[in-house]
Ligand binder design. Sequence first.
Ligand SMILES: Cc1cc2nc3c(=O)[nH]c(=O)nc-3n(C[C@H](O)[C@H](O)[C@H](O)COP(=O)(O)OP(=O)(O)OC[C@H]3O[C@@H](n4cnc5c(N)ncnc54)[C@H](O)[C@@H]3O)c2cc1C
Length: 321
Amino acid sequence: MKYDVVIIGGGPIGLNCAIEAKKANLSYIILEKGVLVNSLYNFPTNMTFFSTSNLLEIGDVPFIAHGDKPTRRESLEYFRRVQESWDLQVSLYTEVTGMTSSDDGYLIQTTKGVFEGKNVVVATGFYDTPRMLDIPGEDLPKVKHYYDDPHPYVDQKVVVIGAANSACDVALETYYKGAEVTMVIRESEIYPKVKYWIRPNIENRIKAGEIKAYFNSTVEEIKATEVIINTPEGRITLPNDFVLSMTGYKPNYTLFDRLGLHISDDGHKTPIHDEKTLETPLKGVYVAGVINAGLQTSKLFIENTRQHSATIMESILKSMH
Ligand SMILES: Cc1cc2nc3c(=O)[nH]c(=O)nc-3n(C[C@H](O)[C@H](O)[C@H](O)COP(=O)(O)OP(=O)(O)OC[C@H]3O[C@@H](n4cnc5c(N)ncnc54)[C@H](O)[C@@H]3O)c2cc1C
């Protein structure tokens, strides 16, 4: 079957694109390499969103959460209900590996065979590719780029690298569960945009000496039982059991290359697209969701990319008439 629209990525924005395609009576399929809303599923177990639930809503499905900010678990139930309510066609565990053009569209190669679409929407997010430090020892099993639960770190010496939301959440949660936490922070302060209810907490734990923090410092090398850091006072060796490297994520540029997407050379590495229609230079291929900001991963969120879906479907409908 040749679909009007093939949507790559079953995250919140991929789902929203499917809803808009359905509203426009276009045939569509979502190809998702993992589980439904795979990125959200892989967020830390006890995570709370910084957005209020109404700002995460799609497809007019109300998002009822117990607190003012929903939890990861509530978000999984919410997006499952969205998929069920709209009866969205999703092929899960279907990883897209490449794309070539066909007579009237594109052939999309996946781990479950080839799909054909007249139009393609790429909504693959940025959570699959951690930003690496490229230092010796980063490949040791004790170094984690994803954090799920505090329990493995009970009574352990943990180095947390970074000072943005994830790093602060992880430092606090592991500290409260009895880890000995040291933060290594490249900048001179905690990232100013850290959630307003988290920032005073982490700053006070640091002031009280409960969490140790080295500012203006970087990790030079990770060894089996130690971490070597560069501080303004010189090189220091810390005894260490685990390194939680919370230095952020970036879009999967290898995949972009395989899809034939071009990248801006202004340092932000955004997939090149028309700001008005979100169409890329490849006719009928669109980009949606957080990937549109490239490396500026704190610029776009669910709440300010929900509109992408309607914009894209409008452009597709126009191109078909
Ligand atoms: C810890 C954390 C907390 C956050 N909190 C918030 C918040 O409170 N509010 C907010 O608005 N945003 C928040 N964000 C940002 C949030 O991740 C994004 O806004 C949201 O997930 C983006 O939706 P998306 O659909 O663009 O991408 P994603 O949700 O990342 O979805 C992309 C999907 O594409 C799939 N995919 C990737 N490659 C392939 C492939 N080759 N083939 C098939 N499928 C593929 C992935 O598995 C994934 O399911 C947070 C991010 C993080 C990391």
